[in-house]
Design a protein around this ligand. Structure first.
Ligand code: AN7
Length: 356
């Protein structure tokens, strides 16, 4: 058995390109190192010859890509002597902040929109012992309040406006290029606050400094929460993909820069299209992601079919969060509500033969 190469998290692996020193205490739960999975069945359904890979970020410790940025942000908060962190969140940031604060032995305050966060995310924030502050408002209201309160209380903001979050998250781009052995032609992401597309673009441009190579970045939003398509902030974002129910993206300028510099685009998907893509991935590939994540694959499939993404392309789609984050939305999509039958051989046999 191989020994001596235990994975110690992404800061340890990418310390050469991250703002840490040898004496920095790393707050890590083994995040990063997520699989880049080649889709085997969906490409054929597009009718085009393309390679599609998904970067399954749902396999991070708390089940979303947020852990990449959070390990870095909490590591620096602790290094700087902070005893408490705070964030506004549509769910995943709060789950991640709660877990890393627990690991570090500091306090986490999380502001979440009442009734609009997926069940699994709430369970995580509660289990990790975060101080949960539910507000009668949406993410954008929470974010504004967090910025204001941080000026009056000794708390470190760990939303993606914290530059260390972006630093940690850029490592996903490094892993992709390492796993593929080349730079992908296209990179498709769901976009909410736009921190992740900003972070990926930073990673790709750092790596491509001498070669100039980079993917074309495509960002997909939910139709009811699509400020990048509208060209301005919106007030009442609404979508079944609660993770990206955001009307005032914090990384607005950086995301436009990523789009323009990469030659990419933003587009939107209806809630129905998002849920259909989530189901397709589950049924065709055995990969369960949360609704927001599926926007990347749904958008990519559409743009492959319409030729915007040409044949012969290598495409990476980020699956930002695990499907188990939002069991309610998953179950409500499945028409068949399994009914109990008699616990007898005859009844079970009949049930099987009925389906073959
Ligand atoms: C699964 O947790 O904003 O464009 O507060 O959870 O970087 O914001 C979550 C965002 C995509 C959008 N997919 O990423 C939060 C939060 C999932 C997410 C996004 C989020 P950004």
């Amino acid at each position: 058995m191989a020994t001596g190469n235990r994975y110690l998290g992404l800061i340890d692996k990418y310390r050469d390109v991250l703002p840490v020193s040898d004496s920095t205490r790393l707050i890590s739960i083994g995040e990063g190192n997520t699989p880049l999975i080649k889709l085997e069945n969906i490409p054929a359904l597009t009718g085009k010859n393309v390679d599609i890979y998904v970067k399954y970020e749902g396999l991070n410790p708390t089940g979303s890509f947020k852990d990449r940025g959070m390990t870095m942000a909490v590591t620096k908060a602790v290094e700087e002597g902070s005893k408490a962190i705070i964030c506004a969140s549509t769910g995943n940031t709060s789950a991640s902040a709660a877990a890393y604060a627990a690991r570090a032995g500091i306090k986490a305050f999380v502001l979440i929109p009442e009734g609009k966060i997926a069940l699994g995310k709430l369970a995580q924030a509660m289990m990790h012992g975060a101080e949960i502050i539910q507000i009668k408002g949406n993410f954008d209201h929470g974010m504004q309040l967090v910025k204001e309160v941080a000026e009056h209380a000794p708390v470190t903001i760990v939303n993606s406006i914290n530059p260390y979050r972006i630093q940690g998250q850029k490592t996903a781009a490094y892993e992709i290029v390492e796993a593929l052995g080349k730079v992908p032609d296209y990179h498709c992401l769901p976009v909410g606050n736009a921190g992740n597309i900003t972070a990926h673009w930073l990673g790709y441009t750092e790596m491509g400094k001498t070669s100039g190579e980079h993917p074309i970045m495509a960002g997909y939003q939910a139709a009811g929460a699509a400020p990048f398509l509208k060209g301005e902030m919106i007030d009442d974002p609404e979508t079944v993909a609660t993770a990206i129910r955001i009307g005032r993206p914090q990384s607005w300028d950086q995301a436009w820069a990523a789009q323009k510099e990469s030659g990419g685009w933003f587009d939107l998907l209806s809630d129905e299209e998002i849920l259909a893509a989530q189901k397709l991935l589950s049924e065709q590939e055995g990969i369960f992601c949360e609704p927001a994540s599926a926007a990347s694959v749904g958008g990519a499939i559409r743009d492959i079919k319409n030729g915007k993404i040409p044949e012969g392309s290598t495409i990476v789609c980020t699956l930002t969060g695990h499907g188990l984050k939002d069991p309610d939305t998953a179950i409500s999509q499945c028409a068949i509500n399994p009914k109990a039958i008699d616990a007898s051989l005859d009844a079970v046999k009949a049930a099987i033969l009925d389906k073959l």
